[in-house]
Every structure is written in C-alpha cells, then in structure tokens.
Design a protein around this ligand. Structure first.
Ligand code: GUN
Length: 302
C-alpha cells in the first residue's frame, strides 16, 4: 500500500481529548460548561443512533446535554415552540434538529428558526453567509466539511496553491467544503473546482486534483485511473451495499462502501481516508467543537 491512511477514528480521539481539557478549564475559570440539545422527531433508526452517539459524545467531553425526543406527529408549530424555548435557554449553546424531519414539517422553516448563534450545525442562512465571507466572519462551519479540513491539516497535506476538486454540490458537504478550501488561511488557499452530475468529463477534472474530495453518494464512482499519483483522496461516501452479521454482537449490520474504489486507489494516492473510519467519525467531533466555540463566543474568549 502506497498511501498513508488518514484515520478519522484516531483524529477524533485527539480532538475529543483537547475539547475535554478545554471544557474543564472553562468550567474552573468561568463556572459554566457548553450545553447541547438534540431534537429528534420520530423514530427513524439511523437518526436515533446518530442522536444517541451525539449525546454520548457530549457527555464524554463534559457538556451539559439534553436529548429531546418527540413523537412523529409533533406539529410544526410545536417544534417551532421548542426551538424558541431553547433559543432563550441560557444553559444551551448549541441546538441540533436531527434531519430528516417528518414530511408534514417544513425543514427550511425549522432550520431558519434556530438562533444563528446557537446553530452548531452551520445550516442557517446567516451561517452559510458567514462561511462564504470567511475570515473572522466564520462562526460555525458545517460539521462534515470542518472534519474534512481538520483531517487534511492534521495529515500535513499542503493546501496552499493545491488543486482541490470536489465531487458533489450538496449544501451539507460539496458547496461548503469548496468555499472553505478557497478562503485565505491555514488548511485552505487552494484553487477549487466543483464537479457534479452535469459535468462533461469527470475523469479529466479528478486527474488534476492534488486533493480530491468525493461526496457524491455513488459507490465506486471514482476509478483508480482518475487519481493523480501522490494526491490526497478524501472519501465522504457512506453507501450501504449490503448486510452482514457482526462478529462482536451477533447482530445484523450494514456493509459500507465509499465513493472511491479504495483497494485500487490506495496503491496510487499519497493519502487516503477509509470507509468506515475516515470522515464519518469526524462529523460528531466537529459538532462538539462548534458547541464549545459557541460558549466561547458568548464568554468573549473565542
Ligand atoms: N442528519 C444527517 N446528518 C445530519 C447532520 O449533520 N445534522 C443534522 N442536524 N441532521 C443530520
């Protein structure tokens, strides 16, 4: 194997330790800890397991945490009322409404109701605007892009002047990571191209990439011959391609595959993220970082 593996599971542990230490320091100096509320509407199994992990991680790093689980038939008005309550709650610094929401609820309306200064997901239009402006304006980068940038920096990959190609233009990953990589500053200052389903020749763009970030949701989309030798390949894809019985628990678990043909790509790239264990663990980690940041902004110590 030629490529160095960028392991999200290892970087997560380093960052969570850093956050835990900072939370303890703030608690001692200021007598407060960051507060995170997760709001889950309904019983989507994937959402339930994500929220459980978010709350477990918040507890681990010393946050005040609330898991607010509501029934599937919660009205839009009642949900907006809950958000209003947490917007006004001084003990809460981060509000996360787990997506997707039930069909009778207008997702945009709900996300827009969150106080932008507590929007630790970074999905509110005010925070999207702050990200676009960059520099000191940026408050809460969305968690998956923030995790990607953190992995690139911690792996020691040069980003200044690098050709970055982003495959995918979603609001959650593609568009924000492209914006972040083109800003001035550490872990950025790159020349960025976004490619998508309307792009004429995906391969030729990918072949130019010093850093290739793939968030298309198509298993095996990126072929080994699309990868520039020595480049950094970040695979954001988490595709369920089957099921197996876990050796540990004896329960059925999903078989996951990324958007990149990993086995072939690892022989060509200089760095590569695995699936699972790559970008995935970074998302919740960066949610913790944003929640801590939110309290630091409030205390004037960010
Ligand atoms: N559902 C899947 N990913 C996410 C996420 O990052 N944030 C929220 N709020 N919901 C999600």
């Amino acid at each position: 194997m030629a490529a160095k593996l960028i392991k999200g599971t290892e970087i997560r542990e380093q960052i969570l330790e850093e956050i835990t230490a900072e939370v303890a320091e703030i608690k001692e100096k200021h007598g407060v800890v960051p507060g995170l509320v997760t709001i889950l509407v309904g019983e989507n199994p994937a959402s339930m397991s994500y929220v459980t992990l978010k709350i477990k991680t918040a507890h681990r790093v010393g946050f005040h945490e609330i898991q607010d689980s509501q029934s599937e038939d919660l009205s839009e008005d009642a949900l907006l009322g809950l958000i209003d309550k947490y917007n006004k709650d001084e003990t809460i610094n981060g509000i996360l409404v787990q997506l997707p929401l039930p069909k009778h609820v207008d997702e945009k309306k709900v996300l827009n109701a969150i106080d932008p200064d507590k929007d630790v997901d970074g999905f509110h239009p005010v925070n999207v605007g702050r990200l676009m402006i960059g520099g000191g304006e940026l408050k809460f980068p969305p968690c998956t892009p923030a995790g990607i940038q953190e992995m690139i920096v911690r792996a020691g990959v040069e980003t200044k002047g690098a050709e970055v190609v982003v495959v995918g233009r979603s609001n959650i990953v593609g568009k924000p990571i492209a914006n972040m990589m083109l800003q001035k500053g550490v872990g950025a200052n790159s020349t960025v191209t976004i490619v998508h389903t309307g792009t004429k020749d995906l391969a030729s763009h990918c072949q130019r990439a010093d850093i290739l970030i793939v968030a298309a949701g198509v298993p095996g989309l990126v072929k080994p011959e699309w990868i520039k030798p020595g480049s950094c390949v970040i695979d954001v894809g988490v595709n369920r391609i089957g099921e197996k019985i876990s050796e540990k628990t004896g329960k059925k678990i999903a078989i996951l595959s990324g958007d990149v043909d990993f086995d072939a790509a690892k022989e060509i790239a200089g760095w590569i993220t695995p699936v699972p264990g790559g970008v995935g663990p970074m998302t919740i980690t960066m949610l913790m970082k944003n929640t801590l940041k939110s309290l630091k902004f409030k205390l004037g110590i960010a």
